[in-house]
Design a protein around this ligand. Structure first.
Ligand code: FE
Ligand code: FE
Length: 204
């Protein structure tokens, strides 16, 4: 499914129908930003586009609908997700990608599944979609966005770390619930970054 450009067209059309116009614009932004990052880092461009297009496919449905899809298809819902069912759009979205759009590539499905919280030790495609979601041209409100956009094309892991850090700071200032996975991902990449920096220091 995810290897033909005619399929991308079909998915794009379906997204235009099911998303509101603001979300659809964001979706297109994530699609081409993910493609550009895949070019930069030697990732699969078509997979980046597919995941970018589908990452928010469950964003414009009611919380009740998201919860009922989870219940019906035995998708687990944790306490934080039950309290904030919009968080479920990633899980439900990856399910829709598989069931409705026949996306069978596990890396693509995981990129959709993990696009809100990240996860420790992400694949290149997962990082690309996570970062593209944050930096796409339509995003305006994030702090340090100019710097992070530039950084994304210089050092993907550093950009990823900065996004995780700013996301946690933001969630704390608005008193939002932090999904434990966001914290876990941050901790992982904090340590990864420290190791990387000490490796550089220890170069002969
Ligand atoms: Fe999302
Ligand atoms: Fe998004």
């Amino acid at each position: 499914m995810e290897t033909k450009s005619s399929n991308l067209k079909k998915i794009r059309k379906a997204m235009e129908k099911s998303l509101d116009s603001k979300r659809f614009e964001h979706t297109l932004g994530v699609e081409y930003t993910a493609a550009a990052l895949a070019m930069r880092y030697g990732g699969d461009i078509m997979k980046a586009q597919t995941a970018g297009l589908l990452h928010d496919c469950a964003k414009c449905m009611s919380n009740d609908k998201r919860l009922s899809i989870c219940e019906k298809h035995h998708i687990s819902v944790n306490k934080i997700e039950r309290k904030n069912p919009f968080l479920l759009h990633a899980k439900v979205g990856s399910y829709i990608a598989m069931q409705k759009f026949q996306v069978h590539d596990s890396d693509t499905v995981n990129a959709i599944l993990n696009h809100t919280t990240g996860r420790p030790d992400m694949s290149l495609l997962e990082k690309i979609v996570y970062v593209a979601d944050y930096i796409e041209p339509g995003r305006k409100q994030a702090p340090n966005l100019m710097e992070i956009r530039k950084l994304s094309f210089l050092d993907l892991d550093e950009a990823l770390f900065r996004i995780l850090e700013d996301t946690l700071v933001y969630l704390r200032t608005v008193d939002g619930d932090v999904d434990p996975m966001t914290q876990k991902t941050y901790d992982f990449y904090k340590e990864y970054r420290e190791n990387r920096q000490s490796e550089v220091r220890n170069l002969p």
